[in-house]
Design a protein around this ligand. Structure first.
Ligand code: 1CP
Length: 320
């Protein structure tokens, strides 16, 4: 989950200097620096490259802005003409700064800490592209997918292809593992979940595997409850990120027999701190750590998280 961000004063300082968030993603020197900050401060076991899932719509020529205090703002792609205007040809050149960030980070880490590359899953990225930003229920996207599945499918196919090249570019630049964030997978019923989340993710995994067979791929289908099992069975991912809504017993029986699991402390509990965190960390470790397991949050860290709570969490996890 996110490591950098507004909960760190050293991140906020750099962020204020560069102005826009997208400028920070495209400035490989500073993006490398903010990738390394949490590793220096906390000594995490892996780093995740500083970028954003919305770099792909940007690379395809869609107008993307991050509005201070509001989140992302995109010119919506909700009809054939807008879809036809997307252009994958310059994408690789526009993504070069991310590859340069990875190259710098990998040199600095010097083989001591692995670096995770990432992209958004096609469906989740499409929800921002179609809705024009963050949306409560992804209704615009689902509506387009129901009304014009062929057209929506063209957008998904374009995202599979562009994201596959992007992930392979990250491996070439030095990423040791990859993560696919499907933050809005939970908004789809079973058949549509298969069609718009599982199949495109499988296509993406297959494309990457064909050229980088040894690089582990982590999937994060947030909010999809028991459908997570089908996702783990059918996409071919090596590990699955679990959100805080998945019961530990269920994860243990229905996911951990298939893949490595990662999760799932509630990020809001980490903001609250106190004894409940200690208890919950124990519960998670007791349930999951005997088998292949990566301790993590159930979703991204929140800006208001006190640093002391992160330090306490680390000593709890490390202490056993
Ligand atoms: O170390 C790191 O922070 C890793 C880099 C990283 C990753 C993996 C960032 C930086 N973003 C992401 C993934 C990402 N971005 C996801 C998938 C994971 C998740 O669900 O959190 C999503 C949905 C986004 C889209 C996004 N980026 C939003 C909208 C969220 C929503 O409510 O719809 C926002 C606000 C961002 C900005 C962003 N991206 C990353 C950071 C540190 C920030 C905050 C920027 C800032 O205020 O300085």
């Amino acid at each position: 989950m996110r490591q950098a961000g507004r909960y760190l004063p050293e991140y906020r300082e750099i962020r204020t200097k560069v102005g826009s968030f997208l400028n920070l993603c495209l400035n490989s020197e500073l993006a490398a620096e903010v990738t390394l900050q949490p590793i220096r401060r906390f000594g995490f076991d892996a780093a995740i490259v500083f970028s954003d899932i919305l770099i792909i719509p940007y690379a395809l020529g869609q107008k993307v802005e991050f509005v201070e205090g509001e989140g992302p703002n995109l010119q919506p792609i909700d009809n054939t003409e807008a879809l036809n205007r997307l252009d994958a040809r310059p994408a690789e050149i526009k993504l070069t700064p991310v590859y340069e960030t990875i190259d710098r980070v990998v040199s600095a880490l010097n083989g001591k800490v692995p670096l995770i590359g990432f992209c958004g899953a096609p469906y989740t990225v499409a929800t921002y592209m179609v809705g024009g930003g963050a949306s409560k229920d992804q209704a615009e996207t689902r509506l387009w997918a129901y009304r014009e599945p062929k057209e929506f499918g063209r957008l998904i196919d374009l995202l599979v292809e562009t994201s596959a090249r992007y992930l392979l570019g990250q491996v070439k630049a030095g990423a040791s593992a990859l993560q696919i964030f499907d933050s809005w997978a939970g908004s789809l019923p079973e058949d549509e979940f298969a069609r718009w989340c599982i199949f495109p993710t499988k296509a993406l995994v297959d494309r990457v595997r064909a050229e980088a067979p040894d690089v582990p791929i982590i999937g994060f289908p947030r909010g999809c409850g028991p459908l997570s099992r089908r996702y783990a069975e059918e996409t071919g991912i090596d590990a699955i990120g679990c959100d805080q809504g998945l019961p530990l017993d269920w994860i243990k029986t229905h996911l951990q027999d298939l893949v490595t699991v990662q999760g799932n402390l509630d990020p809001v509990l980490l903001v609250a701190g106190g004894r409940r965190v200690d208890e919950r960390v124990r519960e998670i470790l007791d349930a999951l750590s005997p088998r292949p397991f990566v301790f993590n949050l159930g979703h991204g860290i929140l800006p208001e998280t006190p640093i002391a709570h992160v330090e306490r969490l680390l000593s709890l996890v490390r202490g056993g």
